[in-house]
Structures are given as structure tokens and as C-alpha cells.
Design a protein around this ligand. Structure first.
Ligand code: SF4
Ligand code: SF4
Length: 157
């Protein structure tokens, strides 16, 4: 399915997620499925939590214990292949990269979108950050109903 449509299967997505106990704290979810010569995720992580190894084509691996969920790798990945996820009660809190303008604002209620581009829920923008090294890619924090934790991928305003 990934080859034909560019959309990963649910099983593939689940293989990149962590269990509920681990996601009590925010952790990077790295949806990088193809072997490509790329490593900004690894070089940008200030906690050395993403390892690619000697062969730059290898798939990045997360050391989940070292990941603080800071989100730096999220806006560093040119493929927008990383998000941070955390479970808080009945909500999944995501940090995602967002490159469309105008940017949403804290407190906005926006549409949650799945990997097929379909609207699945409404969600709340909790924070919007632009860091000085990534002036076009914002890091958006968004609260999503927990039932969509494995479906949500981005927002539509
Ligand atoms: S979220 Fe932060 S700590 Fe975790 S892998 Fe990304 S850059 Fe490293
Ligand atoms: S920066 Fe993104 S696309 Fe490149 S290896 Fe890391 S996760 Fe994959």
C-alpha cells in the first residue's frame, strides 16, 4: 500500500507507535519507512536519541528512553515524517510540523486529518512555535480525541 499510494497501512503505523505506558511522556514517532540518504533527524536531536548508524540510508531508530519529546527533530525532518505523541487522559497530544500559512493560533479549534487526507475530528491548537532556525516550518501542539491517536496526522484550518 505504501508503494502504490504513499499511505502506510495501519499495521505499519502501529509498528512505529509506543504503548500507552510509554506515551505517558511525549515521545517521537518516526514514520520514516524508506531507505534514503537522509539524517537531519539524527543530527538535530540534542539528546542523541535518534540513531542511523554508519550507513546513511538506514532507517532511523529512536532510543525511547533518551527522547524528551522536545520536538526539534519534528521540524528538522525534510520529509515531515516525525511527530511527537503523548497521552493525557482522554486526549492525545501531538507536536507536528506545519508549513501552511496563515498559521493557526493557540486556542483555535481546527479539523483533524488522517493519512488519507480525510477529516476525522475536531481538535484544539495548544501552542504554535516558530524557531529561528526553521522560519517556515512551525511546530504546532494539538489536542486530539484519544480514539484517533493512530489516525491523526495533521490539521486543516
Ligand atoms: S523529540 Fe527531541 S529528544 Fe526526542 S528524538 Fe526528537 S529531538 Fe530528540
Ligand atoms: S530526517 Fe526525516 S526523512 Fe530523513 S531519515 Fe530522518 S525521519 Fe527519515
Amino acid at each position: 500500500m505504501l508503494d502504490k499510494t504513499g499511505v502506510p497501512t495501519k499495521d505499519l503505523v502501529l509498528s512505529k507507535f509506543f504503548d500507552e505506558k510509554t506515551l505517558y511522556k511525549p515521545k517521537a514517532i518516526i514514520e520514516c519507512y524508506e531507505e534514503i540518504p537522509c539524517n537531519p533527524c539524527s543530527t538535530s536531536c540534542p539528546f542523541d536519541a535518534i540513531h542511523i548508524g554508519q550507513n546513511i540510508n538506514d532507517i532511523p531508530k529512536l532510543d525511547v528512553d533518551l527522547c524528551t519529546g522536545c520536538g526539534i527533530c519534528v521540524t528538522s525532518c525534510p520529509g515531515l515524517a516525525i511527530m511527537v505523541a503523548q497521552i493525557k487522559g482522554e486526549k492525545a497530544i501531538f507536536k507536528i510540523a506545519y508549513e501552511q500559512y496563515p498559521l493557526p493560533k493557540k486556542g483555535d479549534i481546527v479539523k483533524g486529518i488522517n493519512r488519507h487526507g480525510e477529516e476525522i475530528c475536531m481538535c484544539e491548537i495548544l501552542n504554535v512555535k516558530l524557531n529561528k532556525n526553521q522560519d517556515k516550518t512551525a511546530l504546532i501542539e494539538v489536542s486530539v480525541p484519544l480514539e484517533y491517536i493512530h489516525d491523526f496526522i495533521t490539521v486543516r484550518i
